[in-house]
Design a protein around this ligand. Structure first.
Ligand code: KG4
Ligand code: ZN
Length: 339
């Protein structure tokens, strides 16, 4: 079965074709970074309009790359949430219309499930059960994963997501959007031990996170510094160290609590090198990541999730109406329907 995946939940248009027999056939990504950079963050209306411009040409591009025609697509998976409502509606409307026109099934995919399952596309995939650390711009989640659609939330951020804290701290330091990767690059020039930031919520039990205080701590440190380039790099390093160690402490705790030996990390922040080094260091634990290009939003993870859930797909000809879910908790998901 060949599944076309459409991702349009935020500022990236991602399209991919996944074959349940042959694996990933082709994928393409268009990032709107340049469009939003001048505003210092994502402008939802501009994001929606750009998804409208890019989705169909990217679908044609991916089909050409895979040397296939539209009639060779067997099903369409599109991101239906969580995300920006207008952006989601573009992918959903195009995905559902195309499925209706081609008389093939369509599936509304949860974006966070896409991230969660993305490491399973790799050559050596992790085996269930495992703990998943999902770290993106909108979410910081620790999940007990028993199988596809069998998710139990172990912990989450009570305020800012870790990616959001990276982005806000970067913005406050005067770094360009999107801040996370820029801050991480700058941290490489920081002086070790210059500043020591707190590790929020690590000295009390539980697996929840809080990152907004760390962002404020960074801001106060910056305002009280001489604001030199070196100060900027030192604060970037101290912030990154604190965020990474906080995540690592909670991961260790989650592994102990579940008794599992497999830890899977996904989402935009899973591209962070310091985080990978720190989590790889956890003893007697095997860690798995998506390849670098699939850490951030992409169409491949949506096509793949669709393929994993193919039994739940519905023929759109019998259900022409659709909706999207800007908020859609992972825990509401259920395993693929029985045949
Ligand atoms: O998963 P993603 O592409 O989109 C969402 O679903 O939110 O994650 C984007 C987030 C942004 O906050 C971005 O700054 C962060 O991931 N990010 C990073 C790195 N690369 C991306 N944060 C820290 N270090 C990185 N190398
Ligand atoms: Zn994402």
């Amino acid at each position: 079965m060949r599944v076309l995946g459409i991702e349009s939940s935020c500022d990236e248009t991602g399209i991919a074709l996944y074959d349940t027999e042959q694996g990933l056939l082709a994928h393409a990504l268009y990032s709107q970074i340049e469009l939003h950079a001048q505003y210092g963050g994502v402008v939802p209306e501009l994001a929606s309009r750009d998804h409208i411009r890019k989705t169909l040409p990217l679908i044609e591009q991916v089909l050409a790359e895979a040397q296939l025609r539209r009639c060779d697509i067997d099903a369409i998976a599109y991101t239906a949430g969580p995300g920006l409502v207008g952006a989601l509606l573009v992918g959903a409307a195009i995905g559902r219309s195309l499925a209706w026109a081609l008389n093939i099934p369509a599936l509304a995919v949860n974006h966070m499930e896409g991230h969660l399952l993305s490491p399973l596309m790799e050559e050596k995939p992790p085996l269930f059960p495992f703990v998943s650390l999902l770290v993106s711009g909108g979410h910081t989640l620790l999940v007990d994963v028993q199988g596809v659609g069998q998710y139990r939330l172990l912990g989450e951020s009570l305020d800012d997501a870790v990616g959001e804290a990276f982005d806000k701290t970067a913005k406050m330091l005067g770094l360009p959007y999107p801040g996370g990767p820029v801050l991480a690059a700058l941290a490489e020039h920081g002086t070790h031990g210059k500043y020591e930031f707190p590790r929020p919520m690590t000295n009390r039990p539980g697996l929840d996170f809080s990152f907004s205080g760390l962002k404020t701590f960074s801001m106060n440190t910056w305002l009280n510094s001489k604001k030199t380039d070196q100060d900027r790099a030192d604060i970037a390093l101290a912030f990154q160290n604190a965020a990474v160690e906080t995540l690592a402490i909670k991961c260790k705790r989650a592994m102990k609590q579940t008794g599992y030996s497999t830890l899977v990390i996904a989402g935009g922040v899973s591209a962070n090198k310091a985080l990978r080094v720190s989590l790889n260091d956890i003893k007697e634990i095997q860690t798995y990541y998506p390849r670098q290009e699939f850490c951030s939003d992409n169409g491949a993870m949506i096509a793949f999730t669709g393929a994993m859930r193919q039994r739940s797909m519905i023929k759109t000809s019998t259900a022409p109406s659709f909706s999207v879910r800007p908020r859609w908790p992972l825990e509401e998901l259920t395993p693929p329907s029985p045949v």
